[in-house]
Design a protein around this ligand. Structure first.
Ligand SMILES: [Zn+2]
Length: 460
């Protein structure tokens, strides 16, 4: 048994000084406790005690735009652990001609002997054949009830047409699953890209110019309409448009089960940074937006119209990002970010008064657990839940950059002074990060067999 003594525990909306007892893999007790029976007592005075963060949006071993992500299940979960992330859910693209069962099997193979923290899978449908649709109930039963589709990236052979999205939504509704969409209108984007490139506008900023918020809004309007027709459940990934916030909250007011997240980089950067000489670093889709939209995203997180924040970790090497040197459209879209999310949201969100500490915990842990079928195992420090715990020192200030982060890329999008630092991380009762050192054994991470709670509705 481990007793974490005197820390400031965040439990729901309550922030209070409490002791926390870990027994085996679980939280056993909370309150004013004595260390009599504990094998180890950790003095947590002055530290925040938070549930481990959950990142439901990472791309490990992702093959995309002529490259592959440098985060595999070892390097990716190592960076996650350092960032206080004790559960990740990774996307698994259907390989053309192969089944969804095969993609899950492949991912289990990739994780075997490597994962340091717990991990789950979202299968990605790229070819919605009748056989694939028939597989959906099976996949839901396999513990992967959240399936993603792309409404763009036709040239990468990832795009799914609306008529197929509708069929997938219907199958998922019947099976108790949820559709996740990358919502950007492919026609708008393709037309813009070819126009700007023809006129010689090939610098990174034109990536953003060719994917305006209207492209997002149009796609989101279309998929909300599909939910209206099917009664299915929809999750919009990496939302980065203020009009889209209004579309989602209007859909929820109608009683539709439509949820949305945004990602760390939309909150930290604006499109202006794409004008720098190293602007390729910040090419991601949807692109970074202007300051006005960024402020709206912060507000949407505070007032609940945006449910959560993920990282959209897509870690491509600098060599691969340089494919975009001649023209932005060759640069693999993505920013490595599985590690810094919790710390950045504390520093830029809580410290700067944009939202409260309990809201931070909801955004990175409790709500991801609720929406993605991990409650009550994950996302809270209530007795009985997994002892996934972060001890966070709010007083430390440090510089977050390529040297101080642990992600596997040879570059970093982040070079910023931050407040607060992760001191210790426990995963299922095991101390895996201690003062910046990783103690976890490769392969200790477990597959997260998830089941959605369909009673969770638009109230989140
Ligand atoms: Zn993504």
């Amino acid at each position: 048994m481990i007793l974490i003594k005197g820390g400031t525990v965040v439990l729901g909306q309550t922030v209070s000084q409490q002791d926390l007892l870990i027994q085996g893999e679980h939280v056993a007790d909370l309150g004013a406790l004595t260390g009599n029976k504990a094998d180890l007592v950790i003095d947590a005075s002055g530290l925040l005690v938070l549930p481990g963060a959950i990142d439901t949006h990472v791309h490990f071993n992702d093959v995309f735009m002529n490259t592959i992500s440098v985060h595999d299940y070892y390097t990716g979960t190592l960076a996650a652990a350092h960032g206080g992330v004790t559960s990740i859910i990774d996307f698994s693209n259907q390989i053309p001609g192969e089944s969804l069962t095969a993609t899950i099997k492949n991912k289990k193979g990739e994780a075997e002997g490597k994962a340091l923290v717990d991990w789950g899978i979202h299968p990605v449908i790229t070819q919605p054949t009748p056989e694939i649709l028939e597989e959906i109930p099976l996949i839901v039963k396999e513990g992967a009830p959240t399936i993603k589709c792309y409404m763009t990236y036709r040239s990468e052979e990832l795009m799914v047409e609306d008529k197929d999205l509708k069929l997938i939504l219907e199958c998922l509704r019947k099976a108790g699953g949820m559709l996740m969409v990358h919502a950007e209108d492919n026609d708008i984007i393709e037309e813009n890209i070819s126009r700007v490139i023809k006129s010689g506008q090939t610098k990174p900023i034109y990536h953003a110019k060719s994917r305006p918020p209207e492209a997002e809004n149009k796609a989101i309007r279309r998929c909300i309409q599909l939910v209206r027709e099917t009664g299915g459940r929809l999750f919009i990934v990496h939302m980065a448009s203020d009009d889209a916030i209004a579309l989602v909250s209007k859909a929820r007011a109608e009683g539709l089960d439509v949820f949305a997240e945004t990602c760390t980089h939309y909150l930290l950067f604006t499109e202006k940074i794409l004008e720098r000489d190293d602007g390729l670093k910040w090419i991601c889709s949807p692109p970074l937006r202007d300051r006005r939209i960024q402020e709206k995203l912060w507000t949407g997180l505070k007032d609940g119209r945006i449910s959560m924040v993920s990282s959209d970790d897509a870690a491509y090497s600098w060599e691969a990002k340089l494919y975009g040197t001649e023209s932005f459209d060759k640069c693999p879209n993505g920013i490595p970010g599985v590690e810094p999310r919790l710390n950045l949201l504390y520093s830029e969100g809580v410290v700067k008064g944009r939202f409260s500490l309990p809201r931070l915990v909801e955004l990175v842990s409790t709500t991801p657990a609720l929406l993605f079928g991990l409650t009550p195992q994950k996302g809270s420090l209530l007795p009985g839940s997994d002892a996934d715990i972060v001890l966070f020192d709010p007083k430390v200030k440090w510089r977050m950059n390529q040297q101080t982060l642990h992600m596997a890329t040879d570059w970093s999008a982040y070079d910023i002074e931050v407040s607060g630092k992760i001191e210790k991380v426990f995963s299922r009762g095991e101390l895996i990060i201690d003062g910046g050192r990783c103690l976890a054994q490769k392969g200790r991470g477990q597959y997260l067999h998830r089941k959605l709670d369909l009673s969770i509705q638009a109230s989140i």
